[in-house]
Design a protein around this ligand. Structure first.
Ligand SMILES: [Fe+2]
Length: 345
């Protein structure tokens, strides 16, 4: 490959003239923006152990009242992007949020899409679009773009959840903003529970729902049962994985990020191929050894990690007696819609 000319090769007077006219020569930067075969990635393999962050999150509960925080969150920031950027990958934001008994995180809506994966504690709930969604360990609750949402807590122990948003992308698009709202009136059930039953959808007088987000809460008890049924049904299946979908269309549950649950059988090792999107791993149950191109982590229960795109990831369940369960988020829907999705095998 030819070495291209450098900026320093150009006379200063010429560079000054370009600069004065807001012009930039491409060739000194061409290889940086279009590198050969593998993109430049700021996203570094990163591990956030829950045991280390939990005391600091609880301390935030003492230091900062909810009224002064609105959302009491410690952001899981990828050092490769710079901590101040508050992003886990190019398109993924991760935050660990604490709500104490009796607290209220007021209603708002925003352009970025969010989900929350409940990490621990009982008694909290999120009201989304008038639907009161109880929060239990492993539940996934969607708060898609434009839907009102607020959090309340009737229990007696701290509740922690992992927020996953496409904030870095929407912010980069200069399309990120929020609107504050009034406390929502809780409406009668939306009928979401019907979707959790195998292969049926609500169809009053032969009419299917046209809602963009027909299901807002995916209870872990049901997702876990689906994984176990799949593993039992297909004992030779190498990868016991499910996708959180829009049950009316079969599409990904949200537009930009994809969400999945993975079960590793006792002692199972699994290699995930190098694919273009970055990927986040959150251990719901058990313990998993993860290797991302030589960066090795042990993901203990409630730990979170991320891997850059175009990188193979090896997983191994540390237990020889119990299954391990992992929640994953990635940028697949975005990459597919943009036509840049790759699986390099
Ligand atoms: Fe929000």
């Amino acid at each position: 490959m030819n070495d291209l000319g450098k900026l320093e090769d150009l006379p200063q007077s010429y560079r000054d003239e370009l600069k004065a006219l807001n012009l930039v020569p491409l060739w000194p930067s061409l290889r940086a923006v279009l590198p050969p075969k593998v993109p430049t990635r700021q996203t570094k393999p990163t591990h956030w152990p829950y045991a280390s962050l939990k005391p600091l999150l609880l301390q935030a509960g003492e230091l900062t009242p909810i009224e002064k925080a609105e959302r009491r969150v410690l952001v899981l920031a990828n050092p490769g992007h710079g901590l101040e950027k508050m992003q886990a990958s190019a398109a993924i934001y991760l935050g660990m949020q604490l709500l104490l008994p009796g607290e209220w995180a007021p209603s708002h809506r925003h352009t970025p899409n969010a989900v929350r994966m409940i990490v621990e504690g009982e008694g909290a709930y999120t009201t989304v679009d008038g639907e009161k969604c109880p929060m239990s360990r492993g539940d996934l609750i969607l708060t898609p773009t434009g839907l009102w949402h607020e959090h309340g807590h009737d229990g007696d122990e701290p509740v922690v959840w992992l927020d996953v948003l496409d904030l870095p992308l929407v912010y980069y698009m200069e399309a990120s903003y929020h609107v504050n709202g009034e406390r929502q009136a809780v409406k009668p059930g939306r009928g979401d529970a019907a979707f959790r039953r195998a292969g049926v959808a609500p169809t009053p007088v032969f009419t299917r729902s046209a809602r963009a987000y027909p299901m807002l809460r995916y209870p872990w008890v049901d997702t876990r049962a689906a994984l176990e049924a799949l593993a039992q049904d297909q004992p030779d299946l190498a990868c016991v994985q499910v996708t959180y979908i829009n049950p009316e269309t079969g599409d990904d549950a949200e537009n930009i990020l994809g969400f999945y649950a993975l079960m590793l059988r006792p002692g199972q090792a699994l290699r995930l191929p190098a694919r273009s999107p970055a990927c986040v791993f959150h251990q719901i149950e058990g313990s998993t050894d993860i290797d991302v191109e030589g960066h090795a982590f042990n993901l203990a229960e409630a730990d979170t990690a991320c891997a850059p795109g175009y990188t193979a990831v090896s997983l191994r369940n540390r237990s020889d007696t119990d299954a391990a369960f992992i929640f994953m988020a990635d940028e697949s829907p975005l990459h597919r819609k943009l036509g840049v999705y790759e699986n390099r095998g």
